[in-house]
Design a protein around this ligand. Structure first.
Ligand SMILES: CC(C)(COP(=O)(O)OP(=O)(O)OC[C@H]1O[C@@H](n2cnc3c(N)ncnc32)[C@H](O)[C@@H]1OP(=O)(O)O)[C@@H](O)C(=O)NCCC(=O)NCCS
Length: 160
C-alpha cells in the first residue's frame, strides 16, 4: 500500500536508507541519524516522498518529482529503495508498478530516473519494468570509499 511519508516514519526510512546494500546507490554518503533529519525534512517538504507498506510495515520508498511548464508531462523517480530483508520478493516491482499507474493517471507521459552503471540489480529491475537506457552521464557519481568515478545511466519509460 502506498502513502505519503510522515514525520514519524523517519526511523524506518533511515534504517533502510543507511543499510549497506542500499546506501551505495543513493545520493548521500552514510550519515548519522541527526544528519539524516535534515535530508528527511527535505524529502517530506517535497510533498512527493512516498512509502510502500507491506503487512503494515514500511517495505520501501521513493520520491517522484514532476517537472514544470513544458516538461510537466515528465516525472523523475529518485530516492528509491526496498528493505533488503525483502529484496527479491517482488516488493520493488509492485511499488514501481503502482507509481507508474498513479503517474499515468496524473497525466504523466514520461518517467525518467538515474541509476549507477554498476547497480546491476537495479538496472535489471528497471529494464524488466520497461525502462530503456537512454544515455550515459560519464563520471557522474563518486563514492567516498572508492577512488574511481562511476558512470550514471539515464533511463526512461514512455507511457502510451
Ligand atoms: C533495486 C531494488 C529496488 C529492487 O527491489 P526488489 O524488491 O528487490 O525487486 P523485485 O523483487 O521486485 O525484483 C524485480 C526484478 O528486479 C531484479 N532483481 C531483484 N533482486 C535482484 C537480485 N538480487 N539480483 C539480480 N536481480 C534482481 C530481477 O530482475 C527481478 O526480477 P525476477 O524476480 O523476475 O528475477 C532493490 O534491490 C533495492 O532497494 N536496491 C538498493 C537501492 C537501489 O539500488 N535503489 C535504486 C536506485 S536508482
Amino acid at each position: 500500500m502506498r502513502r505519503l511519508a510522515l514525520p514519524d516514519d523517519i526511523r524506518d526510512v533511515f534504517s533502510i536508507y543507511s543499510h549497506e546494500q542500499v546506501v551505495p546507490f543513493l545520493t548521500y554518503e552514510p550519515m548519522s541519524f541527526e544528519d539524516f533529519e535534515g535530508v528527511y525534512a527535505e524529502l517530506l517538504a517535497s510533498g512527493s516522498f512516498f512509502v510502500w507498506q507491506v503487512d503494515g510495515e514500511i517495505a520501501g520508498f521513493y520520491r517522484s518529482t514532476r517537472y514544470p511548464g513544458r516538461v510537466r508531462h515528465v516525472a523523475l523517480l529518485g530516492t528509491l529503495a526496498v528493505d533488503p530483508r525483502r529484496h527479491g520478493q517482488g516488493v520493488g516491482r509492485a511499488m514501481v508498478a503502482d507509481a507508474i499507474e498513479r503517474l499515468r493517471a496524473d497525466g504523466i507521459r514520461r518517467i525518467e530516473l538515474y541509476a549507477e552503471s554498476d547497480n546491476t540489480q537495479a538496472l535489471r529491475f528497471y529494464r524488466q519494468l520497461g525502462f530503456v537506457h537512454e544515455g550515459t552521464l560519464r563520471d557522474f557519481y563518486k563514492r567516498a570509499d572508492q577512488a574511481h568515478y562511476v558512470d550514471e545511466y539515464v533511463m526512461g519509460l514512455l507511457l502510451a
